[in-house]
Ligand binder design. Structure first.
Ligand SMILES: Cc1cc2nc3c(=O)[nH]c(=O)nc-3n(C[C@H](O)[C@H](O)[C@H](O)COP(=O)(O)OP(=O)(O)OC[C@H]3O[C@@H](n4cnc5c(N)ncnc54)[C@H](O)[C@@H]3O)c2cc1C
Ligand SMILES: NC(=O)c1ccc[n+]([C@@H]2O[C@H](COP(=O)([O-])OP(=O)(O)OC[C@H]3O[C@@H](n4cnc5c(N)ncnc54)[C@H](O)[C@@H]3O)[C@@H](O)[C@H]2O)c1
Length: 472
C-alpha cells in the first residue's frame, strides 16, 4: 500500500514500473485494479482529482442525482430549505463513498493510487503530472478509463454566460435555482428538470428535436412530457436556441419556436445537458498509435483492446453506452482477456436495460415499437396506462398511478422483443423482464408467472395478457 500524490512527492521516486496502469478511477478500471491487486499484481491507479476517487458515478453522476431525486420525492417542507437539506445529505453521501472507494484500492499492498493527470509518452509509458511534479509510470498493460465530458454547443453567448452550468457544477451548489433553463431533452435534462421542479424551481426545458427522449416511441415521450408539464416544467420541443445574454443576476435565453418565432426565457441558471463526449483529447493517444473516432472515442475491438493490443479502453471513453453498469461489464471482459479464456466480448450483451430517473422513472429493455416494426416481423403489442391496471394496486398505494407500460412481442415465436415502463419502481421491475429476455422466457410465461402482491412486477400479468396484433 503506497499512495503517491506527485504534488507532495518530492521525496518519493520519480519512476514506477507496474503490471497494470489504469488511467481514471471509473467503475471498470477501479474494479479491475482491485481484482488484479488482490491477486498480487503491481497496479497503479492514476486519478487526476482527489475529489473524483470512485469516478463520475459516485461523485458527480448516478449517486448524487438519484439521492436528490429521492429527497425531492420524499422530504417535506418549503422547496429552498428542502433542497439545502438534500444537497448537504448528498455531499455527505458522496464524501463517504469517495473515501470508501479510495480505501478499497489504497489498502491493497500491490496497488498504488497516484493523484495526477496521465498522458502517454510511448505505448508502455505514462507521464503523470500534478503541479510541478512528474512521475513516469511504465506498465505491461494499460487501461484507459477516463470517462466523458459535457458537450457545450457554440450558441452565441452560451459559453461565456456566468449563469451557464454543467450537471457537475449544478450538483456542487448548495442552493437550488429559482428559475432554471435546461437545454437538452435526454437523460440529464429530464432528470434535472423533474427533480428541480419537485423542489419548487421554475423549470423551462428546450429540446431541439421534435420530442424529448428521442430514443423512445412518440406515445411514451408524450406521456413523459405530460408528467413533466403537470409537475410544473415548461417543455418546448423543435426549438433552436440562438442566443444567451447575461442581464445582471439572470440570463436571457433566446430561441426560435417551431413556427420560427423568436422567444425568450429568463433564468438565474442555464443547464447545458447536451450529451457527453469521450475524454481523450489530452491523453497523447495519436502519437502512440491509439486511434480514436470522429467523436473522440477510443476505437476498440470486442475484447476492448485498442489499436495497441496491450492497451484497453473501458467505460464511456470507448464510445459504448454511457452507463455505470456497462463500464462494470467492460471490466469483466478485460479481466477475462487478461486472466481467463478471453471468450467474453461486447457481442455477448443482450437485453441490457436502462432507467431514467424522472418521477416516476422510465425504464426500457429491448426494442421500442418503432424499432420492432422496422424489423418487418409480425408483432403483438400491449399498451396499458398504469391508472387502468386495476390488478396493480401498488401504484395507488404509493400515490403514483401515473404512466404507461408497453410490451412488443414477436407474434410467431412469442419472444419478447421489448418492454418500456414509465411507472413507479420501473427501474427495478425492468430487471425481471431483462432477465427473462436474456434467458428466452416467452411472453406467455411472463403473463402466467406468480409475482408478489402488491408489487409493480405483477403488472407483467396484466401487460402480457393484453397483447393484440399490431395494426398498420
Ligand atoms: C449527472 C449524471 C447522472 C448519471 N446517472 C447515471 C445513472 O443513474 N445510472 C448509470 O448507470 N449511469 C449514470 N450516468 C452515467 C455514468 O455516470 C457513467 O456512464 C459512468 O460513471 C462512466 O464511468 P467510466 O468508467 O467511464 O469512468 P468515470 O467514472 O467517468 O471516471 C473517469 C475518471 O477519469 C479521470 N481522468 C480523466 N482524464 C484523466 C487523466 N488524464 N489522468 C487521470 N485521470 C483522469 C476523471 O477525473 C474521472 O474520475 C450519469 C452521468 C451523469 C453525468
Ligand atoms: N439514469 C441514467 O442512467 C443516466 C442519467 C444521466 C446521464 N446518463 C448518461 O449520460 C449520457 C449523457 O446524458 P445527456 O442528457 O447529456 O445526453 P443525451 O444524449 O441523453 O441527450 C442530449 C439531448 O440534447 C439534445 N440536444 C443536443 N443539442 C441540442 C441543442 N443545441 N439544443 C437543444 N437540444 C439539444 C438532443 O436532442 C438530446 O435530446 C446519457 O446518454 C446517459 O448514457 C445516464
Amino acid at each position: 500500500m503506497t499512495t503517491r500524490a506527485p504534488e507532495t512527492s518530492s521525496a518519493l521516486p520519480t519512476e514506477l514500473d507496474v503490471d497494470l496502469a489504469v488511467i481514471g478511477f471509473g467503475k471498470g478500471g477501479k474494479t479491475l485494479a482491485a481484482a488484479l491487486g488482490r491477486r498480487g499484481q503491481r497496479v497503479a491507479m492514476i486519478e487526476q482529482s482527489d475529489q473524483m476517487y470512485g469516478g463520475t458515478c459516485i461523485n458527480i453522476g448516478c449517486v448524487p442525482t438519484k439521492a436528490l431525486v429521492y429527497d425531492a420525492e420524499t422530504l417535506s417542507g418549503p422547496g429552498p430549505g428542502r433542497y439545502q437539506q438534500a444537497a448537504r445529505r448528498t455531499a455527505d453521501l458522496t464524501a463517504l463513498l469517495r473515501g470508501k472507494n479510495f480505501s478499497m484500492l489504497d489498502t491493497l499492498d500491490a496497488v498504488t493510487v497516484i493523484t495526477g493527470t496521465a498522458r502517454f509518452t510511448d505505448p508502455h509509458t505514462l507521464t503523470v503530472r500534478a503541479g510541478g511534479d512528474t512521475l513516469r509510470v511504465t506498465a505491461r498493460t494499460i487501461v484507459i478509463n477516463t470517462g466523458a465530458d459535457p458537450v457545450l454547443p457554440s450558441v452565441p453567448g452560451l459559453r461565456d454566460s456566468l449563469h451557464l452550468v454543467t450537471s457537475t457544477q449544478l450538483l456542487a451548489r448548495p442552493q437550488r435555482p429559482d428559475d432554471l433553463v435546461v437545454i437538452g431533452g435526454g437523460y440529464v435534462a429530464v432528470e434535472f428538470a423533474s427533480m428541480h421542479a419537485a423542489f419548487g424551481t421554475r423549470v423551462t426545458l428546450l429540446e431541439r428535436g421534435p420530442r424529448i427522449l428521442r430514443s423512445e416511441d412518440d406515445d411514451i415521450a408524450a406521456t413523459a412530457t405530460e408528467i413533466l408539464t403537470t409537475a410544473g416544467v415548461t417543455v418546448h420541443t423543435s426549438v433552436v436556441v440562438t442566443d444567451v445574454k447575461d442581464d445582471h443576476a439572470a440570463s436571457v435565453v433566446t430561441f426560435a419556436d417551431p413556427a420560427g418565432v423568436e422567444r425568450t426565457v429568463r433564468a438565474d441558471t442555464v443547464l447545458a445537458a447536451l450529451g457527453r463526449r469521450p475524454h481523450t483529447a489530452d491523453l497523447g493517444l495519436d502519437a502512440v498509435g491509439i486511434q480514436t473516432d470522429a467523436n473522440g472515442a477510443v476505437i476498440v475491438d470486442e475484447h476492448l483492446r485498442t489499436t495497441q493490443p496491450h492497451v484497453y479502453a473501458v467505460g464511456d471513453v470507448n464510445g459504448g453506452p454511457q452507463f455505470t453498469y456497462i463500464s462494470l461489464d467492460d471490466y469483466r471482459i478485460v479481466l477475462d482477456d487478461l486472466t481467463g479464456a478471453g471468450r467474453r466480448t461486447t457481442t455477448d450483451r443482450r437485453a441490457v436495460a436502462f432507467a431514467l430517473f424522472m418521477t416516476p422513472p422510465l425504464a426500457r429493455v429491448g426494442l421500442t415499437e418503432t424499432e420492432a416494426r422496422a424489423t418487418g416481423r409480425p408483432l403483438r403489442i400491449a399498451t396499458r396506462n398504469v391508472a387502468d391496471m386495476a390488478t396493480v394496486p401498488r401504484a395507488r398505494i404509493v400515490h403514483d398511478p401515473r404512466g404507461v407500460m408497453k410490451a412488443v412481442v414477436d407474434a410467431e415465436t412469442d419472444q419478447v422483443l421489448g418492454v418500456t415502463m414509465l411507472s413507479h419502481d420501473s427501474h427495478e421491475t425492468i430487471n425481471t423482464v431483462a432477465l427473462a429476455m436474456r434467458h428466452g422466457i416467452t411472453a406467455s410465461r411472463l403473463r402466467d408467472e406468480i409475482y408478489t402482491h402488491p408489487s409493480m412486477t405483477e403488472a407483467l400479468n396484466d401487460l402480457f395478457a393484453n397483447l393484440h396484433p399490431a395494426e398498420g
